[in-house]
Write a protein that binds this ligand. Structure first.
Ligand code: DGJ
Length: 375
């Protein structure tokens, strides 16, 4: 009898041990990044936030990105250069405390389905949204690349919200640094929601602005960094105190270097840029650069990727670099692995950035990795 009881206790302990081993391995998997694999949100649905960026507000991360939904098709006007598209659905927002588990906060800037001339009409292009918080106005401000279906409009659009999870109110779009500031134009001449084709006289006046990001300095001043001049040159353009307009001061950087997908971050007083070349949805070799001041001069550092797959940025394209909350040295390179035949199935490639003793950044492929690996 005693022997039988001991056997039962032994078996119970064994099964408890086996269970905790399985649970801990699941937990580990559950807490790691798996670049290029389908990433499910807390409802078990694939995260849909492409060309995205992250806002840290309080102890929460907010991930904003393009919702790529529905049929991918090739409009005739883009056939020559391979510009496939999905119609605009809006901008998605997800929240997380640990960067692994993301709750879908919904479509925070839905497309306009009825008014064809509206900047946010489904037939337009709405890419690379970035959100920053304005301490002075208490508003969350979103900037994004807005374009016509043929990518000829090359504009930036602005929306605001009182809450990080929206809804965002659409304000206006600009070609920045026009010389005629949109805010000085009569109300009916600004590029607002209900513009009807043909486009207004000044629609194409000003600097072209396509792929873009935002950067906020420690003193609260903010900058809009965008691919301009037919994507040949980056502009680093100062925003107004309320972050809603360009103020008209900008510098040209990487002149003639044709960079897209700019991601900017600051580390130990230095500014770093990671960007791509221009090859549509196809991946190319990433570039990196460093500067002592955001407005330059910038020094190119070459391809930050190392190891197998480095020539095509591990089949992805930069979108943002995130400094992890509460860690000393944790920077995450966020990129999109576009699927040009089914844009909805584009994946995310998140990898840690390492720095050598000369402060040169490098990015290595990892099948799986964990935040605990970073300092
Ligand atoms: C490259 C850009 O980086 C993307 O955001 C998108 O505009 C594609 N081109 C479209 O082909």
């Amino acid at each position: 009898m005693i022997l039988r009881n001991r056997l039962i206790i032994f078996l119970a302990l064994l099964s408890k041990l086996a269970f905790s081993l399985v649970a801990s391995s699941l937990k580990n998997d559950d807490n790691s990044f798996a670049p290029g694999e389908i990433w499910l949100d807390t409802d078990g649905i694939a995260i849909n936030a492409h060309g995205g960026g992250i806002l840290i507000h309080g102890d929460t991360y907010y991930w904003y990105g393009e919702i790529k939904k529905g049929n991918t098709y090739m409009p005739e006007c883009n056939a020559e250069w391979g510009g496939s598209r999905v119609d605009v659905t809006g901008i998605g927002c997800y929240s997380s405390k640990d960067l692994i588990h993301w709750k879908n906060e919904g479509n925070v800037l839905p497309a306009e389905t009825i008014i064809h001339g509206h900047d946010l009409h489904t037939s337009k292009v709405l890419e690379r949204p970035k959100v920053i918080f304005n301490q002075k106005t208490g508003k969350f401000v979103m900037w994004m690349h807005l374009d016509s279906m043929d990518y000829k409009a090359a504009r930036s659009a602005v929306a605001v919200s009182d809450s990080p999870t929206g809804p965002f109110q659409y304000l206006h779009s600009v070609r920045p640094n026009t010389g005629v500031w949109p805010e000085n134009l009569p109300e009916n001449e600004r590029h607002f929601d209900n513009r009807e084709e043909p486009l207004k006289r000044d629609f194409y006046v000003g600097q072209m602005a396509r792929d873009m990001t935002l950067f906020v300095e420690e003193d609260g001043s903010a900058y809009h960094i965008y691919s301009s001049e037919e994507n040949k040159t980056l502009h680093i353009s100062k925003l107004s105190d309320d972050y809603l307009w360009p103020v008209g001061e900008y510098t040209r950087a990487f002149v003639g270097r044709s960079m897209e997908a700019p991601a900017i971050f600051k580390r130990n007083g230095k500014y770093y840029l990671i960007a791509s070349g221009c090859t549509g949805w196809d991946p190319n070799e990433a570039r990196s650069a460093v500067a002592d001041s955001l407005t330059g001069p910038w020094k190119e550092l070459g391809n930050p990727c190392v190891g197998e797959g480095k020539e095509l940025t591990f089949r992805s394209q930069s979108t943002f670099v995130l400094k992890v909350n509460g860690k000393k040295e944790a920077y995450i390179f966020m990129a999109d692995r576009w699927n040009k035949n089914d844009l909805e199935d584009s994946r995310y490639v998140w990898l840690p950035i390492e720095f050598d003793s000369a402060d040169i950044p490098s990015i290595k492929w990892k099948d799986r990795w964990n935040l605990d690996e970073l300092e």
